[in-house]
Write a protein that binds this ligand. Structure first.
Ligand code: OFO
Length: 161
């Protein structure tokens, strides 16, 4: 059984993952409007992945006898100034999510809940990938500037499965 405090913290994280999913969906719509179908498709997959993170947290909690809840999801930004600005925002947001996950691990270790710590380490590892991926895209976009390279990158990211 998961402690009440940890249940509340996991439920907050479920809400945060759903907010992330909406943020990336909003970015996908923006990229689509700007004519970058590849980036838009990549971002839509990112949005789906965040929703999956929320489902996985909820399933874990249910399995441990806790109560998963859907909280209030705040509104997300609707527009950005450029493609590079979008991906800089993704990178900053993922760094923020990493901090949230770290705090969640702290709550699990204060509760001496080994199973939850083990489960949450998966998220800690995932965040290393998420930050590196976003940072890598930002660097490539900065190198492209406004040249034709951005169209190539758009095509490349559009191939994400
Ligand atoms: Fe992009 O991260 Fe969820 O956890």
């Amino acid at each position: 059984m998961i402690s009440e405090k940890l249940q509340n913290a996991i439920n907050d994280q479920i809400t945060a993952e759903m907010w992330s999913s909406n943020l990336y969906l909003s970015m996908s719509f923006y990229l689509q409007r700007e004519g970058f179908d590849g980036f838009a498709s990549w971002m839509r997959k990112q949005s789906q992945e965040e929703l999956q993170h929320a489902y996985d947290l909820a399933d874990y909690m249910t399995k441990r006898g806790g109560t998963a809840k859907v909280g209030k999801i705040d509104v997300v930004p609707q527009g950005w100034g450029s493609v590079v600005e979008v991906f800089e925002h993704v990178y900053q947001h993922e760094c923020h999510v990493s901090e949230l996950i770290d705090s969640l691990v702290n709550v699990a270790s204060e509760a001496k809940d080994k199973a939850s710590q083990d489960f949450l380490w998966g998220y800690v590892r995932e965040q290393v990938e998420e930050e590196a991926t976003a940072q890598g895209i930002v660097e490539k976009l900065r190198r492209c500037g406004d040249g034709a390279g951005i169209l190539y990158l758009n095509d490349q990211l559009g191939q994400r499965k």
